[in-house]
Design a protein around this ligand. Sequence first.
Ligand SMILES: *[C@@H]1O[C@H](CO)[C@@H](O)[C@H](O)[C@H]1NC(C)=O
Length: 317
Amino acid sequence: MFSSLRLAAVAFVSLALSSTVLGLAIPTKRAQVCNGHADLCERGYGNVTFLGAHDSFAFSGNPFALARDQEVDIKAQLKLGVRMLQAQAHMNKKELHFCHTTCGLFDGGSVEKYLQIVKSFLVKNPNEVLTLILTNPEKVSIPNVWKPIFDKAGVSELAYVPPKPIMSRDDWPTLGQMIEANKRLVVFVDHGAEQASNPTANFILPQFQMVWEDTFDPTNAKFPCKVDRTSGPLAPAQQLNLINHNLNVNILPIGHGILLPDRIQSPRTNGAKSILRHAAHCAPFVQDRNPNFVMLDFVNVGQGMDAVNRLNGISAH
Ligand SMILES: *[C@@H]1O[C@H](CO)[C@@H](O)[C@H](O)[C@H]1NC(C)=O
């Protein structure tokens, strides 16, 4: 009796605290459906598995476009249920573009145009939380180049600003709270977003301090798991985690080789069995929890969304 009262009090206080931390007024309208499911509204962002599209901008229907990682465009990826878009940025002349390795190889257009597509999706779908995981290999300035592009595309005001610089997996608000506050875009960048180098763009978050990844560019179809990329003070178990479930094939097995996304294996790779097995391989690193992001090539192939629903405990209807 005493302990359940105490628990209720703790729950009340932490609810009140989390709304203050979020800087929200007490919402009058509660979100009923979050990312397509009522059950997800009460779940912390760090307790949800999201389907991700690797190199989301590098889409082409042409099988000979060897630098492609996707077959369908961003709108179609979102329609399939993708809620984490990954992309790699490079300077092209004086404009930031999403390109694969180099803009000569595959130019996916300007980051601003891409973000306009993201904005229009978020505006049309007010009950959806979306994550961007962006790579910045040329270490282009976050405050001077990236942030103004987000501002111009009109997405900055939809971006979630955490109450502290490094959020652990359990620190995040629920999807319901994010939707009610209309802060539904989470933005991670791999380089240059650490607070010291990024004092002003407080919604552009340092990925590896909060999200670890397992093996990068995997070529083993069994997807053994190891903590590959991570940094900062949090242990991997306290971070969000991303599984790189995008299988590559080495077409030049000498020297460093040449890796291409394995389209031929993709029905099997993107099958529920392979995805669930990969998630299970990584579970020991995160106290037996599921991954937060399941990142695929060719998201239109296989059963990515089914697998993610199963990981979220949502059964097929
Ligand atoms: C969410 O929490 C449940 C219950 O603890 C757990 O089984 C599941 O793995 C968690 N999912 C994620 C993505 O943390």
